[in-house]
Design a protein around this ligand. Structure first.
Ligand code: ARG
Length: 401
């Protein structure tokens, strides 16, 4: 790897990414480090983070609000895809990575950098997502990954930082490793590394416990247009406000926690706790509306492709050809996903209690009813079943011979 002159570093304000700044300059001879901290709705104060990068030796410290594109270009497609990795995790962290990578590359172009850098370790998924995305978007840029190579323990990292004037974390650091944004929180490490240990209540911030959830149920009606959520109880909301509202509603009723052992890209199993109340609520509602508005064969095919969509996003292939091809299919299906879903929130549960579509419902009452209005021709089934069952009868007969 030839030397980089100017690098744009993905920056969170934590010890590791802060230490990356002097490390890149002192150990790897990078002349100038420019940091980028993304606002993804995580609720951090960004001004202290911006200042901390400068104090740690960055020549320029950029903070950027990416909340709107995060929701419209990443979260909403995931809702349309009902994306749940291994059937459960709605990709709250994974979805942010290709967006951050895209912005890093844009900034590198703006400032004339020849490298981008990130502080991911060598055993996570995020390194895969960043590296693959950057390689697709800007193959000419070097990708510098100090934390993957420096081999320092946490104590050594803190000590390295202190020698460079980076203050060590003031409070006794929490044992957890947390990633958060507007879509959710992921919590790992510390006592959670034992997959047999129940997560302590203190780790949660976006969801209340079932005990603390209100005794009274609440029914909300979520409106969708072309597969995108657009309203709560008939009130239209912009995408960002809608996600915030979904988080508050679902989280307030204790819905949206996950405790799972998942399979990382690099081959290890890890125990992960997530809270993603709004995203899980919206995916649940969206799936339900599709059951009303998509034809059976389209629905079944889509359910299979959704798994592939979730896999590839998890695995860092956002900018790849399968993603683009699947998006074409999904987009076409979503033209008819218009209507509303009513969900009852109560004590950690979100239960669908109704669905309707004025324009695209494929539910035909005169076909479905058992009452007098029934227009389904019952006698037509006889011939259908004769043909349908023919291969089975022929096979069964041959077996009897
Ligand atoms: N396991 C989750 C994922 O791969 C969460 C990763 C959290 N990232 C982090 N740097 N703490 O999407």
């Amino acid at each position: 790897m030839g030397r980089a002159k100017k690098a744009v570093l993905a920056y969170s304000g934590g010890v590791d990414t802060s230490v990356c700044i002097p490390y890149l300059m002192q150990e790897w001879g990078v002349e100038e480090v420019i940091t980028f901290a993304a606002d993804l709705g995580q609720g951090d104060e960004l001004e202290p983070i911006r200042q901390k990068a400068l104090d740690s030796g960055a020549s320029q410290s950029i903070v950027g609000d990416l909340i709107e594109p995060f929701i419209t270009e990443f979260a909403f497609p995931a809702i349309r895809a009902n994306a749940l990795y291994e059937g459960r995790y709605p990709l709250s962290t994974a979805l942010a990575r290709p967006l951050i990578a895209r912005r890093l590359v844009e900034i590198a172009r703006e400032v004339g950098a020849d490298a981008v850098a990130h502080g991911c370790t060598g055993k996570g998924n995020d390194q895969v997502r960043f590296d693959v995305a950057i390689g697709a978007l800007a193959p000419d840029l070097k990708v510098l990954t100090p934390a993957r190579e420096w081999g320092m323990s946490r104590e050594e990292t803190i000590a390295y930082g202190e020698r460079c004037g980076i203050p060590s974390p003031v409070s006794k650091k929490s044992p957890y490793s947390i990633d958060l944004n507007l879509l959710g929180r992921s919590i790992e490490a510390g006592p959670l590394e034992d997959p047999n240990v129940e997560p302590p209540e203190e780790i949660y911030a976006m969801t209340v416990s079932v005990d603390a959830a209100p005794a009274a149920p609440q029914i909300v009606e979520i409106g969708f247009e072309q597969g995108n959520p657009v309203s709560f109880d008939g009130v239209r909301l912009d995408p960002v406000s809608l996600i915030r509202q979904a988080n508050a509603l679902a989280g307030g009723h204790g819905f949206g926690r996950l405790d799972m052992v998942e399979n990382r890209v690099v081959g290890i199993k890890s125990r992960e706790i997530y809270e993603t109340p709004g995203l899980l609520l919206l995916i649940k509602a969206h799936q339900e509306l599709e059951s009303l508005t998509l034809a059976a064969d389209v629905l079944r095919t889509k359910r299979q492709l959704e798994q592939q969509w979730a896999d590839l996003v998890y695995q860092g292939l956002w900018y790849g050809p399968l993603k683009e091809a699947l998006d074409g299919f999904i987009e076409r299906t979503q033209q008819s996903v218009n209507g509303t879903v009513r969900i009852k929130l109560h004590k950690g549960n979100a239960t669908v209690v109704g669905r309707s579509s004025a324009t695209n419902s494929l539910y035909v009452p005169t076909m479905a009813t058992y009452d007098a209005g029934d227009q389904f021709d019952h006698r037509a089934s006889e011939g259908f079943i004769y043909v349908w069952g023919l291969p089975t009868r022929l096979w069964a007969a041959s077996r009897r011979r």
